[in-house]
Design a protein around this ligand. Sequence first.
Ligand code: TXA
Ligand code: MG
Length: 350
Amino acid sequence: METKLWAVDKEEPVLNSYPQIMEAASLLKQNEVVAFPTETVYGLGANALSDQAVLKIFEAKGRPSDNPLIVHISRIEQLTKLVDNVPELAHKLMDAFWPGPLTLVLPKKEGVSQYVTAGLGTLAVRMPDHAVARALMEVSGLPLAAPSANLSGKPSPTTSKHVEEDLIHRIAGIVDGGATGVGLESTVVDCTTEVPVILRPGGVTKEELEKVVGKVDVDPALFSQEEQHKPKSPGMKYTHYAPVAPVYLIEGSESFLQQTITDAQRKGQKVGVLATEETIAQITTTEITAIACGTKKDLTTVASQLYDGLRAFNATKVDVIFSETFPRTGVGAAIMNRLEKAAGHKLIKE
Ligand code: TXA
Ligand code: MG
C-alpha cells in the first residue's frame, strides 16, 4: 500500500495546511487508517463509527483483538452518541483536564462498535490537546478511534519518523506535525466506580487528579506481576515499549551503576546506558553506548525523550541496556511504569 506523507503546520493546520488536512480527512471518511500527532504520542486514527475502519487499525498494528481502543473527540457534544450515565466526577475531570492527556473509561452507549471496545461494556474517550488532531476530527466530522501508532510491542511513536519505521506501506497516510509534547501516553482513569481508578499512569498525574476529585485509587495490577492481579486495562498486560536488547533497571547510587556496567563488560557484553544528562556525565567507563534522556531537574524532559531513547538503541549493537530509575511520584510514576514494562520488571538493586 502507498503511504501518503503530509507535512503540516502544527499550530494553525487549518489556516496554513488546509489541502493536506482535507486530503487526510477525506481518506478517514473513506474508512482508511491515517496516523496523526497528538500532545502525547502519535495516534493511528480511523472512523470510530465504522467496524470496517476500526478492524484496519488492528490489522495494521498487529494488535490483539482483546485490547480496546481510545475514541478521540473534538467536541463535548460528541459524547452523547458514545457514552451513557456519565458520573459527576467524570464531568469534573473533563472540565479540569480536557483537552489534554487524560482518557476516561465510561459506560458505553448501545451501538458503539464492539471492535472498538473489544467487547467490554465500557468505552475509553479523550479530547486531545493538539491542533492537528482536532483539525482532522473537525474537517472529517468524525470521532477517531486511535491507539498509539506503533507496531504492537514497540515503544509508542513521538515523531512521524517513528511511525514510518513501524507502519510504512501498512497504512494510508501519516500527517507529520513534528515531535509530540508529553511523550508518554495519556493517563487512563476508570470512572465507573465510586472512587476513580488509574488504570495507566500518564501525562496527568495522580496528584493533579486528586486536587479535582479527592481520593483516586491506582489499579494494583500496575505494581504486581502476580496472576491474580489482572489489569483492568487490557493493554497493560502485554510486554510493551521494548527495544530489541534486554533492559535492566538499575536502582542505587551512580557508583553502583558504574560497577554494574564494568561487571557486564568483563563478561564481554556491549553495554548501552539510558540515563539523564547528569548521570551520563558522571560515568567514566569507556566503550559504552550512552543515550541521554532529559534532565533530573525536570522529569517532564525525561518523559518526552524516553521513547526516542529506547528506540535509538535498535540502531546500535548493544547486548544489554541499563536504565536509570526515578522516584514514582508525579510524572515519575508514568516514566517508571513504562520503564518497568520495557524491562519486563528486571531490576538490579544495590
Ligand atoms: O495518549 C494516548 O492515550 C494515545 C494517543 C494516541 O491518544 N493512545 C494510546 O492508545 O495510548 P493505546 O491503544 O496505545 O492505549 C490505550 C489503553 C490500552 O492500555 C487499553 O487497554 C486501554 O487504554 N483501554 C482502552 N479502552 C479501555 C476500556 N474500555 N477499559 C479499560 N481500558 C481500556
Ligand atoms: Mg499503545
